[in-house]
Design a protein around this ligand. Structure first.
Ligand code: PLP
Length: 405
């Protein structure tokens, strides 16, 4: 392909006619489920441990089945889910929690919300997931937990992470906000560590506008979480009996209704995304200047919340990432730059220092380079488009890359 005039310079955009995929996807099923809640007059959360009434317990049961977990408990969102799960597992103020820097801010702000300090351990070059080889060097006598993040819907190396946690007597809370339906070595995320946390926020692959779920195989941890979500009540206790400091983090029946309806669409959407990922992998691997991430063979199912790929480091070094993205977007293709590496976030450094009285400087060159220079994203909604769209994405990327030569 010769150099073509870029759309940003007045050339013809690669993608014409816009995009078909809409998000969220809904129809009369969602309308019916929401009306059922409305008419029931039972709008709020569930107050009784083990209740079987209403849509919430039904949704929790279905979610547990979906993730092949013994238990699932719903709550307000995926951020609070991380805080509650850490607390349920015994993480206390002043404890250190190992987290990757290449993630949404909640992975670090959730420990801080309960007075625990995030300690950043860099990610792997070829997956952008928490690097097991770097965890042990970050463990101190104050370390209490590891929070691997299944970023983009791809499971972190849970075999190694759980091994390291066992050796050092640490708990593992999986941040599976982006990974509903994902599996590592044949097992569902959210069941590999002590607890798993999920987000049902509107951009996520399964959504109810806002919402979160915690999974676990351990009933005592479930009870701890239930109590923290229900203002410190205990199973079978009296209405005004509060035995620990908890908050009201309950989900509503309306949200549960939406989740139940959206669940019926999940499997088909997952298959569409995976098929498009296969097409993209094939097309993008042929383009000079692009470097695909790798998938460990033990990633037996990927949730494809994002399609992440990299610009080849030599190419990326010589260009401005924002300029590149502007040019691709002008071609009618929606690519995103993604996160800022959380180890460089001043608010997190400051909050950590206030809690510990020490400075918190972490060097995470792989994550920092990915954020500043190399990593690019397509969203899960883009992955619901037709095959032609995948070809247009590849064409636009190649066109823009060639324009720099
Ligand atoms: C979305 C997200 C969260 C937070 O979930 P909310 O429901 O938005 O609070 C946490 N971690 C990761 C990795 C996420 O993508």
């Amino acid at each position: 392909m010769d150099k073509e005039k870029l759309a940003i310079d007045g050339g013809v955009p690669v993608r014409q006619g816009g995009w078909k995929a809409r998000w969220p996807v809904f129809d009369d099923l969602e309308r019916k489920m929401i009306m059922e809640v409305l008419e029931s007059g039972n709008w709020g959360g569930i107050f009784e441990y083990g209740s079987m009434h209403g849509k919430l317990p039904n949704m929790e049961r279905k979610f547990a089945q979906l993730q092949e977990a013994n238990h699932a408990i719903a709550l307000v969102n995926g951020t609070v889910a991380i805080s509650v799960a850490l607390q349920a597992c015994g993480v206390k103020p002043g404890d250190e929690v190992i987290v990757p820097p290449y993630t949404f801010v909640a992975t670090a702000s959730a420990p801080l919300a309960i007075g625990a300090i995030p300690v950043f351990v860099d990610v792997e070059e070829d997956t952008l997931l928490l690097d097991p080889d770097k965890i042990e060097a970050a463990i101190t006598p104050r370390t209490k937990a590891i929070v691997p993040v299944h970023i983009a819907g791809g499971p972190a190396n849970m075999t190694r992470i759980v091994e390291i946690a066992k050796k050092h007597n640490l708990v593992v809370v999986e941040d599976a906000a982006q990974a509903i339906g994902a599996k590592w070595d044949g097992r569902c995320v959210g069941t590999l560590g002590d607890m798993g946390t999920f987000s049902l926020q509107s951009s996520k692959n399964l959504n109810s506008g806002e919402g979160g779920v915690i999974t676990t195989n351990d009933e005592q941890l479930l009870i701890n979480a239930w109590s923290l979500i229900n203002v410190g009540r205990i199973p079978g206790g009296k209405w005004y009996q509060h035995e620990r400091i908890g908050q009201n983090y309950r989900m509503t029946e309306f949200q549960a209704a939406l989740v139940l309806a959206q669940m019926t669409r999940l499997e088909e959407q997952m298959r569409t995304r995976e098929a498009n990922v296969k097409i993209l992998d094939g097309l993008l691997s042929e383009i000079d200047g692009i470097k695909l991430l790798t998938r460990d063979p033990r990633v037996t199912r990927h949730a494809n919340h994002l399609y992440m790929f990299k610009l080849d480091s030599d190419f990326a070094r010589g260009i401005d990432k924002d300029d590149f993205i502007n040019k691709v977007n002008a071609e009618g293709i929606f690519v995103l730059t993604g996160y800022n590496s959380l180890n460089t976030n001043e608010a997190i450094k400051q909050a950590s220092k206030e809690l510990s009285g020490r400075d918190h400087e972490y060097s995470c060159p792989v994550s920092e380079r990915a954020c500043e220079k190399e990593a690019l994203w397509l969203t899960q909604v883009t992955l619901l488009e037709d095959e032609q769209a995948m070809h247009d994405i590849a064409k636009a990327l190649e066109k823009v890359i060639k324009s720099y030569s």
